[in-house]
Design a protein around this ligand. Structure first.
Ligand code: HEC
Length: 121
């Protein structure tokens, strides 16, 4: 009897671990999906079609322009901007450096002069 119980327990644990694994892998975002979500959440909110701040998506610039933008302009253009979509916090505080790096890579990887230009729907 004890053996049966132990076997049953073991099988249940196995099924549980397997289901956990599948639910995690099924819901996991790819890096591109994550970057796209971050772009939408942190950039597109202010730069969609008709925005008073200008419409910008990855295809708005070629790669070198995005590099220059992030190196030279991003800070200057956004340091005084408050993000009303994130509790009125300054844009520079809302977007941490890790997030910004992912967004930077996403725009450069999908710029107008790449094989996979993206408008970020
Ligand atoms: C809270 C609103 C807001 C958010 C969020 C925001 N921006 Fe901006 N963005 C602005 C404003 C305001 C300007 C300045 C427009 C101007 O100079 O007239 C600007 C300017 C720009 C410009 C134009 C720079 C130039 O050459 O004049 C680009 C490109 C840009 N933002 C990209 C981004 C990207 C990429 C993100 C996300 C990492 C982002 N913005 C997040 C409001 C925002």
């Amino acid at each position: 009897m004890a053996v049966v119980t132990r076997v049953t327990r073991f099988m249940c644990l196995g099924a549980f671990v397997t289901s956990m694994f599948f639910s995690i892998s099924a819901s996991a975002e790819t890096d591109v999906e994550e970057a796209k979500r971050l772009y939408r959440d942190h950039c597109r909110v202010c730069h969609e079609t008709g925005s008073e701040h200008g419409k910008y998506t990855p295809v708005s610039y070629i790669q070198i322009q995005w590099e220059r933008f992030f190196d030279k302009k991003y800070k200057r253009k956004h340091k005084k901007v408050l993000d009303e979509h994130h509790g009125g916090q300054p844009v520079m505080d809302v977007i941490d450096s890790e997030t910004l790096e992912k967004i930077r890579k996403f725009t450069i990887d999908h710029a107008a002069d790449t094989d996979q230009p993206m408008t970020c729907g």
